[in-house]
Design a protein. Structure first.
Length: 224
């Protein structure tokens, strides 16, 4: 890569920063917003907060590991420079000159390894910043949702019934509106809902209508 190209790329990237996290629009509409009940949204927030908490803990460990590796490289470089200094004072043979050349190459390798580790560390810090921003968004969203209703445990039967009815009703409605067939697995899942669940009642109504239509068609055929 030419130095001119690199400078141009660096200038563009510096003037037009782009976060490596998802946009707040995505978090709002495609992560939390895809859930169809208040408690579904709350549960999703908790899942996302948990995932990001674990990611932050992992990144902290990775940064600590990089710092240790950087310190070890500094020790290697210091030892190597001591050897170079000692050999430089008494360098007489061709073998000594070759050793000095070898040490010089190792020194450059250490510098490159250090530069790469520093870049990895910077990338991790940038990634951690994005995760922290997402975490703050989910924490605020969760607190906002709690103002609209009390928290329900994940195994709360009523909250689960409402969650699955809303989710399956949406899936059923999307298929009907788009003229898509209701596959067997979706039908079985809806059928497992409580008999009073609106999604199940709608599915049963559709099944009854189709059964009636089939009987009527069969009767007309037999009459002919």
């Amino acid at each position: 890569m030419s130095s001119e190209l690199k400078k141009t790329m660096d200038d563009v990237l510096e003037k037009h920063p782009l976060s490596n996290r998802m946009s707040y629009f995505q978090l709002k509409n495609y992560i939390i917003g895809k859930e169809h009940t208040l408690h579904g949204k709350m549960w999703q927030c908790i899942r996302e907060i948990t995932t990001r908490r674990d990611s932050l803990e992992s990144i902290i460990l990775q940064i600590e590991d990089i710092n240790d590796k950087l310190e070890l490289l500094d020790i290697q470089k210091e030892r190597l420079n001591l050897k170079i200094k000692e050999l430089d004072h008494s360098c007489t043979s061709s073998e000594d000159k070759l050793t000095l050349r070898e040490y010089a190459i190792k020194n450059k390798q250490i510098d490159r390894d250090r530069k790469q580790l520093e870049k990895n560390g910077e990338d991790l810090v940038d990634k951690m910043k994005g995760i922290q921003e997402e975490s703050n968004y989910y924490l605020q969203a969760f607190e906002s949702l709690k103002k609209s209703g009390d928290w329900k445990e994940y195994d709360d039967e009523q909250a689960q019934e409402a969650f699955w009815n809303a989710k399956l009703a949406h899936e059923l409605n999307m298929r009907l509106v788009l003229g898509q067939p209701i596959d067997i697995e979706l039908g079985k899942t809806i059928e497992a809902l409580n008999d009073q669940a609106p999604a199940k009642q709608r599915l049963m109504g559709i099944i009854n209508e189709r059964q009636t239509l089939i009987r009527e068609q069969k009767a007309r055929i037999e009459e002919k």
